[in-house]
Design a protein around this ligand. Structure first.
Ligand SMILES: [Zn+2]
Length: 611
C-alpha cells in the first residue's frame, strides 16, 4: 500500500495502499531453523472473462501439500471479492470507523447487484470425491471427505464463477483512471496454515497472507485486451501479444487465451485494458521490467511513464544491492488506477499522478514491498509493521540516494510522525491485528512509521553497520518463507552478539515510550534520568567550558554488551535505576542526550541542560 503524509495534517486522515519469480535456491528453501515447515500449493486455473458483464467462470485444480505435522480435517479458502457487497464487514467497517477512508466511504453500500463483487463456488472435489463447503463472508469453510495426513498431497478440483466489482479499493473494474480490469485477490485462495493454525482472517480493510507455490493460469479474454501481471507469459507468439519475438500473427478469434506461469509465489495478480501501452527495459544483471499504462492519457502523463522507467531500474538495483538480489526474471509496473499496491512480481499504481509522486512516493515504496511483502512473506494481518515499516525504511533511504537529496537523516519526518502518535494518546501496540486499530490513522502511523523506526532505531542500538548486515542476513535466511517478529530480532542478536529481546517486547508489544532527560549538571557531574518505561542505551555529547566536546556512550545493562563506537564508554545503566550519574574530567557547560537523534525520545525538550 502506499503512504500519506501525516505529520503536518495531524491524525485526521491517512492512508496507505499497498501490496514478483524465480526458482529459489537450495539454501533459500532449506530452513536454518530446525523444525520449520510451510505448506505448499500448486494451482492450475483457467478463467473465461466476459468484458461486457465483468463476470467470469473458472476452474481451479489445487494440489495441496500438507507439510505440517498435523492431520487436517478442514481447509479454508479466501473469497476476497465477497467483501465488495452491501452489508459485508468491509462495507460496515468503512462506514462506522471514526476516520473513514474517503476512497471508500459508503460506496460499497450503494453497489447494485450487477456492480458487486462475488466468487461463487459451484462444485468442489477432494481427490475426485464431492465435499461439502459453505461460504461465511469472505471465507469458504470446507469439510474434508478424508483428513489430510502429515506429508500427504491432495487434489482439490473447483468450479467457480465470479463478478468483478465496480472498483472500490485495490481490485475492480473501470476505476477513476478508466482501467478496465484490476484483478487482485480474484480467485479462491487457500488460506495459510502454519504453526499458529489456520489464518482465516476476514477481508475487512487490509493486508494478505498466502501459501507459497506454483501457479499456472490461463485467462481467456477479448482479443483487444492487453494483460500485465504476475507470471511469465508462455505463449506470446501464439496470441500475438506480449513480448512476441516474431511477426505478430494474431489469430482471428473474438477471444484469446493468455497463458502465464509463476513459480514459487504466494499470490497471482493481473490487470487488463484494451488501451495499454507495453514497454520493457532490461535491468543489467536483473529482471526485465515491464510497464503497462493507458495510451489514452494526456501527453504529459504519458511522458511521466517514460521518465519513470530508468528510475525504476535504479530502485531495482538499489534494493537488490542493499537487501538481496531480486530473484525473478520479471517485474511489472502496471497502471491499476487506485493508489499503489504490491503484488507478486508486479505492482498496480495510479497512472495519472505527478512524476515525483509516482516515482518517489509510490513506485519506490511498492517496489520495496517485493522484498518485504513478497519475498519475506510475513503475515501482514498480524504484523503489518514488518511489511509496511521495513518497506518504508528502505524506500526513504533509496529515494535520498537515487535522487541525491543529501539529507543527513532521511527519516527525520518518520521519527516525528511516530512521536506525534506516541504523544497523541491514540497509539496501540504494533502487535495489534491490522484491522483492529481503533482508527485508520493509528494503523497507518504505527505500521508505516513506527515499523520504520523499529529498524532505524535498531541502528542506534546496535550500530549502523550491524543493522545493514542484519537486513541482508534476514533476507538471506528468510526469503521464500514466513518470518515473524522474533526472526528479525534473533537475526539482529546473531549479527551483533547483543541481547535485544527487550527491544522487540517493549517497542512492538507495548506502547511504552522513550523519554530520557538531563536532571542536573554541576561542575564535572551530570545526572540523567529515565522518565519513560522504555529502556535505551544512551549517546551523550558533553561540551566543556573550554569549548571542546566529548561523546560518551552509556550501555544499557540488559543488552550485556555495547555497540561499536568511538565514544568514551562509561559504566552500564541498569534499567530499573531511575537516575544515572556520570563524572567528566573537565567542567561541563552543556550536555545533550542523543545529539544525532537516533532514538525516538518523545520529549526532547529535557534532553539538554540548556535550551
Ligand atoms: Zn506499502
Amino acid at each position: 500500500m502506499y503512504k500519506f503524509f501525516i505529520y503536518t495534517v495531524g491524525l485526521a486522515m491517512l492512508f496507505t495502499s499497498c501490496k514478483s519469480i524465480a526458482q529459489p535456491t537450495e539454501t533459500q528453501l532449506s530452513s536454518n531453523q530446525s523444525g520449520y515447515w510451510q505448506q505448499h500449493v500448486d494451482y492450475t486455473m483457467a478463467i473465461d472473462m466476459d468484458v461486457n458483464t465483468y463476470q467470469y467462470k473458472g476452474t481451479q485444480q489445487l494440489v495441496y501439500t500438507n507439510n505440517s505435522p498435523d492431520v487436517l480435517d478442514k481447509v479454508f479458502y479466501h473469497l476476497y471479492l465477497n467483501a465488495f457487497q452491501p452489508g459485508s464487514e468491509m462495507d460496515v467497517r468503512a462506514r462506522t470507523i471514526a476516520d473513514p477512508d474517503k476512497r471508500m466511504g459508503d460506496r460499497i453500500s450503494k453497489l447494485q447487484p450487477n456492480e458487486i463483487g462475488y466468487i461463487n463456488v459451484n462444485a468442489l472435489k477432494q481427490n475426485g470425491t464431492d465435499i461439502t463447503y459453505k461460504t461465511v463472508g469472505t471465507i469458504l469453510v470446507v469439510d474434508l471427505a478424508k483428513p489430510i495426513q502429515p506429508g500427504e498431497k491432495v487434489t482439490f478440483d473447483m468450479d467457480f464463477d465470479a463478478q468483478v466489482p465496480v472498483q472500490i479499493r485495490r481490485t475492480g473494474r473501470n476505476n477513476v483512471e478508466g482501467v478496465a480490469l484490476s484483478m487482485a485477490q480474484w480467485y479462491p485462495k487457500m488460506a495459510e496454515y502454519d504453526t499458529e493454525g489456520w489464518h482465516t482472517h476476514p477481508y475487512i480493510a487490509r493486508e494478505f497472507y498466502g501459501v507459497w507455490g506454483n501457479f499456472d493460469v490461463k485467462i481467456t479474454i477479448d482479443k483487444n485486451y492487453v494483460i500485465g501481471g504476475t507470471g511469465y507469459l508462455q505463449n506470446p507468439n501464439e496470441i500475438g501479444h506480449g513480448y512476441e519475438t516474431g511477426p505478430v500473427n494474431r489469430p482471428n478469434t473474438d477471444k484469446l487465451t493468455w497463458h502465464f506461469v509463476a513459480p514459487n509465489v504466494h499470490d497471482f495478480t493481473w490487470a487488463a485494458d484494451p488501451d495499454y501501452i507495453h514497454d520493457t527495459i532490461q535491468v543489467t544483471d536483473g529482471p526485465l521490467m515491464h510497464f503497462f499504462y493507458k495510451g489514452t492519457m494526456p501527453k504529459e502523463k504519458l511522458e511521466n511513464w517514460k521518465k519513470i522507467q530508468p528510475k525504476a531500474v535504479e530502485f531495482m538495483q538499489y534494493y537488490s544491492e542493499h537487501i538481496g538480489k531480486y530473484p525473478y526474471k520479471q517485474y511489472s509496473i502496471i497502471q491499476g488506477g487506485d493508489g499503489g499496491m504490491e503484488y507478486g512480481m508486479c505492482t498496480l499504481i495510479l497512472g495519472e499522478g505527478t512524476y515525483e509522486g509516482m516515482i518517489k512516493g509510490t513506485i519506490s515504496h511498492e517496489m520495496a514491498h517485493s522484498w518485504f511483502q513478497f519475498l519475506l512473506a510475513t503475515n501482514e494481518s498480524k504484523h503489518p509493521w514488518m511489511d509496511e515499516g521495513f518497506a518504508t525504511y528502505v524506500e526513504y533511504r533509496a529515494v535520498n540516494t537515487i535522487f541525491n537529496e543529501g539529507k543527513e537523516n532521511p527519516l527525520e519526518n518518520v521519527y516525528k510522525n511516530y512521536i506525534y502518535l506516541a504523544n497523541s494518546g491514540r497509539e496501540q501496540p504494533l502487535t495489534t491485528q491490522g484491522d483492529r486499530y481503533d482508527i485508520n490513522a493509528a494503523y497507518s502511523i504505527a505500521s508505516y512509521y513506527k515499523g520504520c523506526v523499529f529498524l532505524a532505531q535498531l541502528g542506534y542500538i546496535m550500530g549502523e553497520n550491524n543493522l545493514q548486515k542484519t537486513i541482508k542476513k534476514y533476507f538471506t535466511d528468510f526469503a521464500f518463507k514466513h518470518p515473524t517478529p522474533r526472526d528479525i530480532i534473533r537475526t539482529a542478536e546473531k549479527v551483533s552478539g547483543l541481547q535485544l529481546d527487550w527491544y522487540l517486547t517493549d517497542f512492538a508489544q507495548t506502547t511504552n515510550k522513550i523519554d530520557y532527560g538531563v536532571k542536573s549538571v554541576e561542575g564535572n557531574t551530570v545526572t540523567l534520568e529515565r522518565i519513560g518505561l522504555m529502556p535505551m542505551p544512551i549517546d551523550l555529547r558533553v561540551t566543556y567550558t573550554d569549548g571542546t566536546t566529548e561523546d560518551f556512550y552509556i550501555p544499557l545493562r540488559m543488552m550485556l554488551g555495547k555497540k561499536p563506537t568511538t565514544a568514551t564508554i562509561k559504566e552500564d545503566w541498569p534499567w530499573a535505576f531511575p537516575t544515572y550519574t556520570l563524572e567528566t574530567t573537565k567542567t561541563i557547560q552543556q550536555v545533550e542526550i542523543d545529539p544525532k537523534q537516533g532514538m525516538t525520545d518523545v520529549n526532547r525538550a529535557n534532553n539538554t541542560n540548556q535550551l
